[in-house]
Design a protein. Structure first.
Length: 240
């Protein structure tokens, strides 16, 4: 269930009952999430961008709105079973912060967080870049970023939290290891400063429509969000 009701519905926000006046509050999205949980859907997710599309702004669909992970954290307190899929870009978010953010949500939700991996279509001007890299370059960066994030999640295992109060040892430092990653796009020493949640893995989801995107999804993703609204169109691209 998408937590961006106007994302693919054009002028749906113009309906008197759209609830758009509450679009920047948690209540609007929490109502949708609770209904989705009651219907036993697998997860809710929030598409996200880090730029303003000025061409669409006057029509109401040109901005990102609430931060995806912060919104999911708020929803986690009021739900208990439904998955919480947060959209985070590998183009603009450093892997260390990304890994910490998603793992924090995983702990807060008791193992219900997921990561919707996006490479971003625009927004370079907001991050000091001269322009957006090609699709091939963005997915090469995404591949490395995803690898680093997963290694960071493994760098501090939950088993390292030993809580040996009798001898005053909370963490077993022997189990916490630096990753010492040095790659084409990132240099990350590690380890992560939050333990990994061992009782449920973080599912990785991808929705790329390009050839590099679909190839990336087949290598790293646990699930694929089809970018097209019809099954026939998606099948024509080999996505199903």
């Amino acid at each position: 269930m998408s937590l961006a009701p106007t994302w693919l519905s054009g002028n749906g926000w113009r309906r008197p009952d759209s609830g758009i006046d509450a679009g920047l509050t948690t209540d609007f999205y929490l109502d949708i999430a609770k209904r989705a949980e009651a219907a036993k859907l697998d997860f809710v997710f929030r598409p996200d961008t880090l730029f303003v599309n000025m061409d669409l702004l006057g029509k109401g669909a040109g901005f990102g709105g609430l931060d995806s992970s912060l919104l999911m954290a708020a929803i986690s307190r009021e739900t208990s079973h439904i998955g919480l899929l947060s959209t985070v870009s590998t183009m603009f978010m450093p892997p260390y912060i990304l890994a910490r953010q998603i793992m924090s949500l995983h702990w807060l939700s008791k193992g219900r967080a997921g990561w919707n991996i996006v490479t971003a279509l625009d927004g370079s001007d907001n991050f000091g870049l001269e322009g957006m890299p090609t699709s091939q370059e963005r997915y090469a960066r995404a591949t490395e970023c995803t690898e680093v994030v997963q290694r960071l999640w493994q760098s501090f295992p939950e088993s390292a939290i030993v809580r040996e109060s009798d001898i005053g040892r909370l963490i077993d430092p022997e189990q916490v290891k630096a990753i010492d990653h040095l790659g084409a796009h990132f240099s990350v020493k590690g380890p992560l400063n939050i333990a990994g949640y061992s009782r449920a893995p973080v599912p990785l989801v991808q929705a790329g429509a390009s050839e590099p995107g679909r190839e990336f999804a087949t290598r790293v993703a646990d699930a694929f969000l089809p970018p097209h609204r019809t099954l026939r169109r998606q099948r024509s691209l080999g996505g199903i």
